[in-house]
Write a protein that binds this ligand. Sequence first.
Ligand code: GRF
Length: 236
Amino acid sequence: MTSIPSAGDPVGASLRAAVFASGGGSNLQCLLDVERSAPDETPWRIVLVVSDRESAGALGRAAEAGVTTRVIPVSRRDPTEVADETVDVLTDAAVDVVFLAGYLRLVPAPVVARWRRRILNVHPALLPSFGGKGMWGRHVHEAVLASGARVTGPTVHFVDEEYDEGTILAQWPVPVKAGDTPDLLAKRVLEAEHRLYPAAAAHLCRALLAGRTPSPLDAPGPHFGASALPLDPAMP
Ligand code: GRF
């Protein structure tokens, strides 16, 4: 379980968050678990989970947690209609911040414009490398292994109008080890994601609640418990 260090924010202050997910939703689960385990110290409340797919496992996790879900299909639809529907759904739920958690679609430009610097994404590689259209899931880890890179790890960044190009808020280095497969690497990086994403989300929310622009997070740094580092400094 990841715990969020308190940064002196008023107890109970929180923003209304939507999570967008297309897949299994382990990052959604992690954000929900953090919120439920320490509500007074968690500066968000997940009030809505949005998916482009009826079959997304994330929807089941949301329902289990009693969070409202909404499917907004994207395939074969007029992009303007999708954008309008998304803006309406977020507005109706009075959403302050959006966390993408394995959402495979481009966020419509009007949504980005309305919630600019209030939308985060977690990507399973150290951007700006190994990002962009088509770089998702296993493809990312295959590309990292093929490149010979010795370090990878998650990036949390603001979402803009392009895939994986927004300003970076936090990264966490994870070693690539001899004998790694895409699955092994994905597992190691996901473990780091589950620590980095809640910490970065809390950092953004606290900054917004305080009326500040969030500074980039140093990770590993004082916001993260050193004993909890998944970073193995022993390189192969
Ligand atoms: C994660 O690896 C995340 O970095 C990427 O999509 C994956 C989602 O995994 N954006 P999950 O659905 O949260 O388990």
